[in-house]
Design a protein around this ligand. Sequence first.
Ligand SMILES: *Cc1c(COP(=O)(O)O)cnc(C)c1O
Length: 357
Amino acid sequence: MPNQLFFTPGPSQLYHTVPYHLKQAISDHIGSISHRSTKFQEIYGAMKLALTQVLELPDNYHILTVASATEVWERILQNLVISQSHHLVNGSFSQRFFDFTQQYQLDSTCQKVGFGADFDLTQIPENSELISITYNETSIGYSFTSEQLQAVRKNHPEAIIALDVVSVSPAVKIDFSQIDTAYLSVQKCFGLPAGLGIWIVNDRCLEKAIAKKALGHIIGSYHALPELLEQSAKNQTPETPNVLSIYLLKHVAEAMLERGLAQIHNETKYKATLLYQLFENHNRLTPFIPSKPNRSQTVCVANVAGGNEELIKNLKQKGLIIGSGYGPYKSQHIRIANFPAHSKESVEMLVDLISTY
Ligand SMILES: *Cc1c(COP(=O)(O)O)cnc(C)c1O
């Protein structure tokens, strides 16, 4: 295979230390150790600690491991919603979570705005049990802002706020004290192979799950929230988990801490600035999201006049793989991931190549 760099919005480029951790995993017998062993418990505990630090989680937030972010959508509905949730929908991922509520026959509501448009946050129903926000809508490159998040928290102190941080954490700092539950998959900003989801919950979530169960509702079985929490407190999991992925996450989170969070956040901003300057100045490109504060720093999306096919092909021949548009925008948009795995040099090279196209 020729050398390739993946700027696709997930799976994406692997974090640069991953090949080393993979080799180390073989010599550490990670594929053979018992998930009930002390060795596994140490890895799990260290993963939780590193992740707590990388995400800058406040006290009393718990880290749980599941299969994917998609799984978390279902677990949230099973454990944290009795009859109704409200969803801010502006793209394919936020839409899919809402679709799950319909399959569960909940009385959930959604505020659906045109892809790329802004939400009217005053329209969130007063007594929503749970409010679902997708911080970074990967399909169109729309990002929530910390001010918007604060506004929702302030106006809905009683609701459980669920935040999708799949394609943003830990590249951008997020104030998790404003929300009650959040989730991500490791193949986006952590630069890991897919196959592990992280679910973060505070104590209000546990109380809600227990209350729902006490009312006679089913909240699930092996991945019901109380069961997940009980196991995680012992640094274990209900099932035989993806031990390799948990091991890799521990090591990558530690490597990121060593690099420094401020550096990661600053580089994300710098690279995003380069990409949006390119979109603004290139005669065939326009940034898709009109509102500047809502342009995603981690998934930069541009409309390509005349379609994206030729540009994507042209870059691919040079070993640079970028994302096409999502869903209805498949042939119109380019989506460029700007994750911690993407070095400044690689983004500068990509920008140079596109600007001469
Ligand atoms: C990728 C993605 C998901 C789904 O992740 P899976 O690992 O496929 O479950 C959910 N939300 C957002 C915003 C995403 O980018």
